[in-house]
Design a protein around this ligand. Structure first.
Ligand code: 7TS
Length: 404
């Protein structure tokens, strides 16, 4: 993996911010896009633009084929057995809402129990909390340990008391700890509990094979994996997807509409009402090709060296507190510095051209659990370099001397 060759594929990395070279360390929010993904969108609108699944004409058929090729690419990328098990959504949030609203409507009863983790993004936490409120199910929260890992003893206790569904992140967007989801899924299944994985921070950093994992649902967003915004993926086991009612109604998702009744289309169309994000899906395939060409062996080696370097160098700073340990960490380092408010440091870093995130990272329950208002967070992608980590550490040092 030649890092300069990779960087050259990302036009935005040549940008300057406040007159300084951009150091982009906000990849957990969204990754930058390689030129081939940007070109793919332009190509679609110049040469292929048409609505799908409807037309007899050439362009519509070509666009439909490209859309279905994107679905097949997503299925291959995540090891889904059948293309029909892959629903194309707007993103992780929509995918979780699709499952949770279906559960609330049809599968959850008062007295059922659903658990999430305290380290969840609001997109998973709030969605299941609300599904429980709507259905009368009990909402349970699995805590994390000081090293950032999920408290598996607490999980076992919950499983013993009976859980209908567990929905947890593959990788926390704040702690960056990779949950041992294969083991967790096996334990949950032994206890008769279904498992949904929020893979928003997963797929661009670790290889995912939903067949090997045996998860019941897995959701992710294209824009965190070098693809466009507005497109995401929900994988589900066939029998569960069939048991869930449609999430939205409209065109594309019907089999037959009569005056009083409607029958719904087969999977996956039952969950894809209306004109979908066609250009985005086609460009998603391009981003998955980009990731596959790098390969997860090279990618993980590069990113784990970078994360280790960042973790150790940040730890050299006086008063540094990093949340979670180094073990099983991927993508993200969140931290605070004694007597420095995270937001103020973020503003100073921005002036230096360094993009990090500050605040609660849409994980207020975790902030409450840690008893902090927020953190600074740097997050990495394939194109980041050790010298960008050096720039960050130098910038944080500068912020400390200005603010303390
Ligand atoms: N789940 C996790 C673990 C996430 O990190 C995010 C977005 C989502 C779900 C929602 O994804 P979306 O594509 O549907 O918005 N995380 C972040 C973040 O950490 N900073 O900005 C967005």
């Amino acid at each position: 993996m030649n890092i300069q060759d990779i960087r050259a594929q990302f036009p935005i990395l040549q940008e300057k911010v406040h007159g300084k070279p951009l150091v982009y360390l906000d990849n957990a929010a969204t990754t930058q896009k390689p030129e081939r993904v940007i070109d793919c969108i332009t190509h679609y609108y110049k040469h292929l633009n048409s609505n799908i699944h409807r037309g007899v004409h050439f362009l519509s058929q070509e666009a439909t084929q490209a859309w279905e090729d994107a679905r097949a690419a997503a299925a291959r990328f995540m090891g889904a057995g059948e293309n029909e098990q892959v629903i194309l959504t707007k993103g992780t949030t929509e995918a979780i809402n699709l499952v949770a609203s279906g559960y609330a409507q049809a599968l959850l009863k008062p007295g059922d129990r659903v658990a999430v983790s305290v380290a969840d993004h609001h997109s998973n936490f709030v969605t299941w909390q609300q599904a429980c409120l709507r259905s009368g199910a009990e909402f349970r929260i699995i805590p994390t340990l000081p090293d950032g890992s999920l408290d598996l003893d607490a999980l076992d206790k919950e499983l013993k008391q009976g859980l209908k569904l567990l929905s947890i992140p593959h990788i926390s967007n704040v702690l960056g700890i990779v949950n041992p989801i294969q083991e967790i899924i096996a334990r949950a299944h032994r206890a008769g509990c279904r498992v949904m994985i929020d893979g928003a921070q997963g797929v661009a950093h670790v290889p995912v094979n939903v067949g090997d994992l045996d998860c019941d649902f897995y959701a992710w967003s294209g824009h965190k994996a070098y693809g466009p915004t507005g497109i995401g993926v929900l994988y589900g086991k066939r029998e569960l997807l069939e048991a869930l009612p449609p999430y939205q109604f409209g065109g594309e998702m019907i089999a037959d509409v009569d005056f009083q009744q409607t029958t719904f289309a087969e999977l996956p169309f039952k969950f894809e009402a209306g004109t979908p994000p066609i250009a985005e899906a086609i460009a998603l395939k391009e981003s998955l090709d980009f990731l596959s060409e790098i390969g997860f062996d090279a990618l993980q080696k590069h990113e784990s060296e970078l994360i280790t370097y960042a973790f150790n160098r940040l730890n050299e700073i006086d008063g540094m507190e990093i949340y979670g340990g180094l073990a099983n960490r991927s993508g993200v380092v969140s931290f605070n510095i004694k007597d420095v408010y995270h937001y103020d440091a973020g503003v100073i870093l921005d002036q230096l051209g360094i993009a990090v995130r500050t605040g609660h990272h849409c994980a207020q329950p975790l902030m409450r659990h840690l008893n902090i208002p927020g953190t600074l967070r740097c997050s990495f992608a394939c194109y980041n370099t050790p010298s960008e980590v050096d720039a960050l550490v130098e910038g944080v040092g500068k912020a400390c001397s200005m603010l303390r």
